[in-house]
Ligand binder design. Sequence first.
Ligand SMILES: [Mg+2]
Length: 398
Amino acid sequence: MADTLNTRILVIDDDPFFLKILSRQLNNLGYPDVVTCTQAEEGLTILRKEPSAYGVVLCDLSMPGMDGIEFLRYLSRTEFTGGLILISGQDSRILESAQRLAKAHKLNILGAVGKPVTSSLLAGILQRVIKVSAKGKAGSLSRKYTGEELRRALDQGELINHYQPQVAVDTGKLVAVEALVRWCHPVDGMVFPDTFINLAEEYDLIDRLTQQVLAQGLRFIAGWDGINLSVNVSMDSMTNLDYPEYVMQATEDAKVNPKRLVLEVTESRLMKDRLSSLDNLTRLRLKEIGLSIDDFGTGHSSLAQLRDIPFNELKIDRGFTHGVAENSALQAIFEASLGMAKHLGMTCVAEGVEDEIDWQFLRNTGCDLAQGYFVGKPMAPEDLPRWCADWELRVQKS
Ligand SMILES: [Mg+2]
């Protein structure tokens, strides 16, 4: 699938005249294979029958009968993995929120265009599809994998940790790295975790996956004094009561002091066994392993958790960090979260530090650590030394 590009396009819009114009535009842009329909139901039927027959779907948002938003919902339940472009004559905020919705449905959204559709804009978006597929990179055009494929990948050691730096806000010094797993697929290239974590959970491979990430990460920091490791774990995978022993064993195997390990904990909706997780988390802290409440302020990362679990680190979600300097609502939330962390004697990490303005804002707060694209993206282990040198220069200037 990496090399063959599917340029067959399905266009759904209730206006037959618009369909005619758009088809002609697409033909002129070099896409001769265009199928149109005037109803979302019809489009769905086509895609259910032949999900892989179309590379791209263009869909209008406002249609009588099933509208574009309903269409997105149903489309996400089909096997269709091609690109999606939304079209609307409505104002741009509706288009934006529809795009967010499509992303939340895990659809491969390529873009949104207002009516009338200009050929140049359309060409730009479609060009993106070609670039992505030509490289064969999963990224936005990721396909669905089977549990068997993932099991094989685990056996073959195709899951590799990348690392994102966490630096001290006051000195700029590298303090820790967060391990973020990538699937280095032999054909599709780099596959991101949002494509396979659910799969791992579904096929009972999540424990194996977490074990690999932990062991790899510990080996990585073993020879790197003063650098801590953060690993993401779901509370769901902590139902086994010997979990703390297993983590301790992993640190021992790698000859890493347990104090250098931080588990970033998230609670999923389907908490299977809350009592066991609490038992495990409390014992992990007794053994001096760090516990971090991840994505604080979102979803299930809540005040109740802060009350119940002996966390010693709080990670402010990126949604409250990026852009905080110019948004008073974000400032209120950011400062309250930071204040809570400080009151509770916790280390506070700001995620989502994406630009110089975010970074400068942080420097005037008491926040301990910063993480985000401005500091450094998640990177392959061999790229970290170069990042270190580069960051040192940048932080001196900032
Ligand atoms: Mg995390």
